[in-house]
Design a protein around this ligand. Structure first.
Ligand code: GLN
Length: 304
């Protein structure tokens, strides 16, 4: 399979069609990004990198980091984790608080904000230097020191934290949050403010395409069974209230972020990261989704 030719074709067709959306505006730092940037990186299981467009430009990975933190925490807590967070699609926006009331403070899944806050709270309890250790972990997965935390983005998130703070206190009211809200939010905003390129992001997801073993870190990151479960969660919950649509159109486990990035995996074949900052009204990148749809259409296979 000539992956380089494939992603170049995808890139050219998407650029020609040029579907547009709107960049995230909830913090000024994200609103100021050049909306015309677009890159694709695909990494096969031998570690070969195929890239096109702005695939080496660092961008704000935002909620894509929820997969990295889940992998760190799942490895430590194992199945006990699922007493604190469910594994059901939410069908609601990423920052929704509605279901928490009816479901007694147990978030629907680890990829909506409420669930990710529980995961970061669990991480905070077990890791002594949580922010540094998240960065170290992602650097290790990418095979090089690539992670930069954008402090302006982090500070801005903090200054617009009403909803995430409300979610955290609501979880605390239901005794599903062990640490100080401000301390955990500080780590959560740092993980959201991580910047890295499509190339490094695709490398950091490679272990999920490879039964839990990272060829870049040269070790098993999670067991094969945990890798399958993280992939199942990405397939069913990785795109908030657009998860069904992504499974229908693309058919790969993946995770999006409001920075416009999407990382996805084709188990036993490759990991891929696509980035374009303009989003649809569900907070997912318009061009990145289209690119992945075209990719699996051209490949004539997906998970299905
Ligand atoms: N920093 C954002 C938030 O917590 C991340 C959301 C996202 O990427 N979907 O609100």
């Amino acid at each position: 399979m000539d992956y380089q030719k494939l992603i170049e074709e995808v890139y050219d067709e998407i650029q020609k069609e040029n579907p547009r959306g709107k960049v995230a505006t909830y913090i000024p730092e994200l609103a100021n990004v050049d909306p015309d940037q677009f890159g694709i990186a695909l990494v096969d299981l031998k570690g070969n990198v195929f890239g096109v467009g702005d695939y080496q430009t660092a961008f704000s990975i935002q909620s894509v980091s929820k997969v990295h933190t889940l992998a760190m925490v799942f490895h430590v807590f194992k199945s006990k984790l699922w007493s604190r967070v469910n594994v059901e699609p939410s069908g609601n926006p990423f920052n929704s608080i509605a279901q928490l009331e009816f479901e007694k403070g147990i978030p629907r899944n680890p990829f909506i904000n409420a669930g990710a806050l529980v995961i970061t709270d669990a991480l905070y309890s077990k890791f002594e230097r949580p922010t540094d250790q998240i960065s170290d972990f992602i650097n290790e997965l990418s095979g090089r020191s690539c992670v930069r935390i954008n402090q302006e983005v982090k500070e801005s998130e903090k200054n617009h934290a009403e909803r995430n703070t409300a979610l955290a206190y609501f979880l605390k009211a239901h005794k599903n949050f062990d640490n100080k809200v401000e301390d955990v939010l500080d780590v959560y905003f740092a993980q959201c403010a991580i910047e890295m390129s499509c190339e490094d992001l695709a490398k950091s997801f490679s272990f999920l395409a490879n039964d839990g073993y990272s060829i870049f870190a040269k070790r098993e990151i999670v067991s094969e069974s945990h890798a399958r479960r993280i992939n199942a969660l990405m397939l069913t919950c990785g795109f908030y209230d657009e998860s069904g649509e992504f499974a229908f159109r693309v058919g790969l486990p993946g995770k999006s972020g409001v920075g416009g990035g999407i990382a996805a995996v084709m188990p036993h074949k490759f990991s891929v990261a696509v980035w374009c900052p303009e989003l649809n009204d569900k907070g997912n990148s318009v061009k990145s989704i289209k690119a992945l749809e075209l990719l699996t259409d051209k490949l004539k296979f997906s998970l299905f």
